[in-house]
Design a binder for this molecule. Structure first.
Ligand code: PMP
Length: 444
């Protein structure tokens, strides 16, 4: 019996090793990692070079407290990330998870305004159908009713939510991209002025929405319009790229396709590729300057921040990605991956939408394609697909969002950037079989 407190009651399968896109179970079965866990394992499993770098760092020094010391790997990783922004960022702040990165971003946004003499700016606007993490601050920002519900009275106040930019579900019939963007920008502006512009600290959004809606990019022009609204009211734009960032979409940063730069950005999963628990918050020059001109330091920190072992592991992962041009590889191979999924599942009666960018693709399942009606919550269709896929030796990430108060089902396809053509083909093949298996389980 497992004594680990698992998220799934019964406890998951025991895995013992991994190589490339494959995970080996204690039973000897091989599972193809079609989602890199939850869009984490970007260079696959068992990379010896990363293992050697981590071992080397552990032998040198694995821990330093950031109040006294910094380390070469943390400095080099910060250089790499700051330079990757092309001027968008001035500093990187390292933590151990995505949620910590979002917490840090919320606190930095708050401190920025306090340093600038606007202490009333504490309110954060996020979007419905969003996920920013499980700690109380990050969960308060998340528009994810299922994960919030049980903790409701303890969630923080000072958060509100506007509409998501999810075209398949929410774009009113017949509206052009431009008109819809104008409508959403007006909604954000009304929310800011309704709360009081002098009270709003930040607008937080995932550049491509992951866990709550299954890889949904915004329509063209959306982020430019939101950026303009934020600028008009002195509100910071925080982009959460914990799932969609670090190359997953075929660009190092997903915002590079949006024509905007964030004031604060969060990254995590792909940063360490699963070899180490690490997240980062990247801060724009204007935010860093406000701190420098004010109290001089970020009033926030963790014992394990900028952990040398984590930084060294992530640095090696990022070096491999750069040397092997794996982000370029994702961009080049993504159209074929998507086409394979569309060929196999595009006409399936329960696949309502296939979307995403790069190696970050989502399939939304519906009870009825014509009406887009979701399955009843008790059907748990995405979980049926996940279980059927696992039985066929494929790990695929399921999720459920909220569609007008009901549950929606999707799965995320997020293979390692290193997956071979044949592995990508097998992912699509096994996924199609799993969807058929799940469909066969539907009542009458
Ligand atoms: N933000 C986003 C966009 C995420 O996808 C996640 C994790 N799924 C988080 C934040 C939280 O990250 P973590 O689970 O590492 O705390």
């Amino acid at each position: 019996m497992s004594r680990v407190l698992h998220r799934a009651g019964a406890g998951p399968a025991l895995a013992v090793s991994g190589t490339g896109s494959w995970i080996t179970l204690a039973s000897g079965a091989q599972v193809l990692d079609g989602a890199g866990g939850a869009a984490v394992a970007c260079i696959g499993h068992g990379n010896r070079r990363v293992g050697a770098a981590i071992a080397d760092q552990a032998a040198r020094i694995s821990y330093l407290h950031s109040a006294f010391f910094t380390s070469t790997p943390a400095e080099e990783l910060a250089d790499l990330l700051v330079e990757s922004g092309g001027g968008a960022f001035a500093r990187a702040f390292f933590v151990s998870s995505g949620s910590e990165s979002v917490e840090s971003a919320l606190k930095l946004a708050r401190q920025y305004h306090v340093e600038r003499g606007a202490p009333s700016r504490s309110h954060v606007i996020a979007r419905r159908q969003s996920y920013h993490g499980n700690t109380f601050g990050a969960l308060s920002a998340s528009g994810h009713p299922a994960r919030r519900a049980i903790y409701e009275p303890m969630l923080m106040s000072g958060f509100s939510h506007v509409s998501p930019c999810q075209a398949y579900r929410y774009r009113p019939e017949g509206l052009s991209d431009a008109d819809w963007v104008a409508h959403l920008a007006a909604e954000l502006e009304a929310e800011i002025t309704g709360v009081g512009a002098d009270r709003v600290a930040a607008f937080v959004a995932e550049t491509v929405v992951g866990a709550t809606s299954g890889c949904t990019p915004a329509v063209p022009g959306y982020f430019r319009a939101m950026r303009a609204v934020c600028d008009r009211h002195g509100v910071l734009l925080v982009l959460d790229e914990i799932m969609s960032g670090m190359g997953r979409t075929g660009r190092l940063h997903a915002w590079q396709d949006e024509g905007v730069t964030p004031d604060i950005q969060t990254v995590a999963k792909g940063l360490g590729g699963g070899y180490v628990p690490i997240g980062a918050m990247l801060a724009a020059p204007k935010v860093v300057e406000a701190l420098a001109a004010g109290s001089g330091a970020f009033v926030h920190g963790h014992t394990y921040q900028a952990h040398p072992l984590a930084a060294r592991g992530a640095l090696e992962v990022q070096r491999i990605i750069a040397e092997e041009d794996l982000v370029g590889r994702v961009a080049r191979m993504a159209p074929a991956l998507r086409a394979r999924i569309e060929t196999r599942l595009g006409d399936h009666p329960h696949v309502g939408d296939i979307r995403g960018r790069g190696f970050f693709l989502g399939l939304e399942f519906v009870a009825d394609r014509a009406t887009k009606a979701p399955f009843a919550p008790q059907t748990g269709f995405a979980t049926l697909v996940k279980d059927a896929a696992l039985a066929r030796g494929l790990a695929i990430y399921p999720g459920s969002g909220t569609i007008d108060g009901t549950r929606g089902d999707h799965v995320i396809v997020a293979p390692p950037f290193t997956a071979t053509e044949d592995e990508l083909d097998q992912i699509c093949e096994r996924l199609a079989l799993a969807v058929a298996d799940a469909t066969a389980l539907l009542p009458g």
